[in-house]
Ligand binder design. Sequence first.
Ligand code: NAP
Length: 497
Amino acid sequence: MTIVDPVRTGGAVLAAVPTRLLIDGEWRDAADAARMEVVNPATEEVITEVADASLADVQAATAAAAAAQASWAATPARARSELLYRAYEEVMRRQDDLAVVMTSEMGKPLAEARGEVAYAAEFFRWFAEEAVRVDGGYSHRPDGTARTFVLKQPVGPCLLITPWNFPLAMGARKVAPAIAAGCTMVLKPAPQTPLTTLALAQVLLDVGLPAGVLNVVPTSRAAEVVEPVLTGGTIRKLSFTGSTAVGKLLLEQASKQVVRTSLELGGNAPYIVLADADLDVAVEAAVQAKMRNMGEACTAANRIFVHRSVAEEFAQRLADRMGTMPVGDGMVDGTLVGPMIDAASRDKVVRLMEDAICRGARVVGGGNVPAGTGYFVEPTVLMHVQPGSELLSTEIFGPVAALVTFDTVEEVLAAANDTEWGLVGYVITQDVDLAFEMGERLEVGMVGLNTGLVSTPSAPFGGIKHSGLGREGGRLGIEEFLDVKYLSLPIREGARA
Ligand code: NAP
């Protein structure tokens, strides 16, 4: 493959993105000079190459983070807060450019990419506000013999690992609280989408982030370079977003040095349409929950349970709605459905679809793979997906809606909870009491009631069961980067107040 002219794929914007490693405030080539290609999934063309970090580079990045830790922790919270606020403003100022970079390497429609930039920027604004609100506690022992002072301190150098599906937001959701808490970082983006992370790093340097606080090491050699660093004793915190399989592996590796670990992993979200649902709301929220990011979202509606009394009408309306969504290159105006990230992902979605159809699912709309270049899949609605179909037990990660009918609330709750995952669930009903009751009984970390979108920087995003550990965003997000310590001071005899 040859590298295409950047003018055709985003022009000067792409050409301006750094393509080297960021270590100790300097852009550097990999120690062994290795580089890796970045491919546009809509055109299958190589848009550029970036430095491909070796173990020596990741170790150098870790050493830089360790060296910067003490002075960064000692930087006043107000200074870190103001830097975060400048980052918020600067990310928004570069919204269009960052969106072009993201669409070029990841494929999502430009309008969605702009939306992700705004969502990512909000993490900087949110944590600018949180940075100056870290508090502790003061109390006397119940027997009156000592004072206890509780304080919070940065956990130390962090290893941050992000996926390709939301390349800016998943990075911002980790980097912003780490900056707020006073932690230094080594950030490893997914190899498919290094440019967005490198562009974000440039923003942070431009707003004054000191050398060594953030180090960025794109690599195609994750398994080889991450384990030695994670088990090496310098890293004190791992924050990972990605698949459950890799999360479990990293949790095991983190245990060697008892590294604090946050995991944002996969999901298998139930989306439940009750008999009394407003079908306009049910269809629009389903489109949001299924089609955002072409279905390549951990929060995507994976199993759509519809009450038998409304199943035919809902399926047809959803298929009609999804059928109107233009599929194509995200850079083209009007596109609402971009490509899958790569050929393997496209092939997996097609295999899951074919398996469900073989087992008896009915195609209500879509079902085809567009010919030509790009890893596209047509928006598809399948009804009567049968038990045992892989679609129901695997993250689909594509624009395929898998519908199952049900008769009773108890039956659907049991089916919804019958999965090892527990990230998010959705309930569509006009009965507010039932919405709350079901929300409380779903085994997940988040529930959308009459909405298909739950993500916001102001809420504690995260899952239970095999969907993860810890929370990102909200009041809890910064806590993941803070250690708790208490000081105990005896109260002298006769000095008790
Ligand atoms: P992935 O394959 O688990 O990869 C995630 C990151 O981990 C990538 O940077 C990847 O780099 C790295 N990685 C893979 N193997 C590794 C190893 N042995 N050691 C160290 N790092 C390793 O996931 P993905 O395909 O990029 O992303 C999709 C998954 O992320 C889905 O399951 C989705 O649900 C989940 N996700 C969850 C959330 C959430 O907040 N819960 C948000 C977004 C996505 P390489 O590709 O080079 O291996």
